[in-house]
Design a binder for this molecule. Structure first.
Ligand code: IMP
Length: 429
């Protein structure tokens, strides 16, 4: 049987690397784009011409005619937010609803998960995680505790009602324990879910089957990760992480295919580093460079609008992301944001208590002691946003990018130099 190709796109820092832009560029050559984890905590900003779209749940491939867009079983699916987003997209892409599919095995994320998310964050006080407030942690908690409600559970309306009423009771007990002051009204919950039930069931698919059949038919599939490697619940800076496996291992798992189906894993990295929310960021810029790069790079969260913390490129982080994802290629984004800086720094390794750390530590206490060691490279004065080929880039940018390759051990396949679809360089392999 002929086999198509399957590529995974993963964030390889702390999220917001510009995966949406890369997926959007690659979607030109792809038949199916599928999300495999996370939910509406993601926020992909995609620019097409002068239009800007912020997609939270629908894969960016939707903006390309004819592409099928799927949400896998690993996603925590917020149906109300999803239909809102879909209705907005339909103004621009009338056939969008015919091209999306949602796994029957995906867990529903309902508004009570958001109430719990906020109540849990408030109860953590100074130890808060800085979540997006989209209910992600509580929805995955329900899944793992085997008390979640899945899309397929809506098929039988009476059974769905029983599950929803049972959930409301349980959530109300939890909210009370957390002193939330909020309460779920079971009648309203049932009424609301029933309003979207049939529309959602019409989109229900078995994502593993759809993808496997497409691959067997020689089609090309892209599995789109949300967030980044350092936010992975297993591999990230725990507990300052999201509640899913953002790394490539989660991709097959989150759509229902095996790891042997995956051909390539492309890691998306910014030419510098950002993070939103609490938790360590070893190469964080001091002021005023922090504010300068934040402004220049438009570093404000697409989902929450929060200012992102910015820092130098951390090769320790990306080397680690290469390891846990098995990266085969890199896409470096926002190179243009570094234009005009007299010199650039790259963290090559850390030191802690007299020891050299080449690997990103799993222990946050050790990470807190770690001091990044930098290498300094010359910057460039030229504007890179007009470059469309490797040769258009200045020599200092070549040297910077080649150094990133050497330090991370992963070849660069794409360089993005602006928000627009055409601002991309395909690097010869
Ligand atoms: P949650 O996913 O909303 O539970 O948030 C957990 C952590 O992941 C917080 O630090 C968030 O800021 C971060 N996070 C979640 N989604 C994204 C994203 O799409 N980009 C960047 N950070 C994110």
């Amino acid at each position: 049987m002929s086999k198509g190709s399957c590529v995974v796109i993963v964030g390889s820092q702390w999220g917001d690397e510009g995966k949406g832009k890369i997926v959007d560029v690659l979607a030109e050559e792809i038949d199916i784009v599928a999300r495999y984890q996370g939910g509406a905590n993601a926020g992909h900003t995609v620019h097409v011409g002068s239009d800007e779209f912020i997609l939270h749940q629908i894969p960016s491939g939707i903006l390309h005619p004819g592409r099928t867009c799927l949400l896998g079983n690993g996603v925590v699916f917020d149906p109300f937010q999803f239909f809102e987003e879909l209705d907005e997209i339909k103004a621009r892409v009338p056939d969008a609803e015919q091209r999306v599919g949602v796994s029957g095995r995906a867990h529903l994320l309902l508004y009570y998960h958001k109430l719990l998310d906020r109540a849990s964050e408030a109860s953590r006080g100074a130890g808060k995680i800085g979540t997006t407030g989209r209910g992600i942690g509580p929805a995955y908690e329900d899944k793992v505790a085997r008390q979640g409600i899945r899309v397929a559970d809506l098929r039988d309306a009476a059974r769905a009602e029983t599950l929803l009423r049972r959930a409301a009771e349980r959530i109300n007990r939890k909210l009370e324990m957390l002193d939330s002051g909020e309460k779920v009204d079971p009648d309203l919950l049932v009424r609301d879910v029933m309003t979207i039930r049939e529309r959602l069931l019409a989109l229900m698919v078995d994502t593993g089957r759809v993808i496997q059949d497409a691959l067997n038919a020689g089609k090309r599939v892209l599995l789109e990760g949300a967030q980044g490697a350092l936010l992975d619940v297993d591999h990230g800076t725990y507990p300052y992480v999201t509640s899913s496996n953002t790394t490539a291992g989660g991709a097959g798992l989150g759509v229902g295919i095996g790891p042997t189906m995956i051909d390539d894993v492309v890691g998306v990295v910014k030419a510098y580093t950002t993070r939103v929310g609490e938790g360590p960021l070893p190469t964080e810029f001091p002021s005023p460079l922090q504010e300068e790069i934040r402004e220049k790079g438009g570093e404000f969260g697409a989902t929450t609008g929060r200012p992102r913390r910015c820092g130098w490129f951390d090769a320790v982080v990306v080397r680690y992301a290469a390891l846990v994802n098995g990266l085969t290629g890199l896409a470096v984004t926002k190179l243009d944001v570094l234009d005009g800086l007299p010199e650039l720094q790259i963290a090559t390794h850390y030191t802690a208590g007299g020891d050299t750390l080449d690997d990103f530590p799993g222990d946050l206490a050790l990470l807190a002691e770690a001091v990044p060691q930098y290498e300094t490279l010359p910057g460039w004065t030229e504007t890179t946003s007009t470059a469309r080929t490797w040769d258009d880039l200045p020599a200092a940018a070549h040297a910077y990018l080649r150094r990133l390759e050497a330090l991370t051990g992963v070849p660069i396949w794409y360089v993005s130099v602006g928000t627009r679809r055409d601002q991309i360089i395909h690097v010869a392999r």
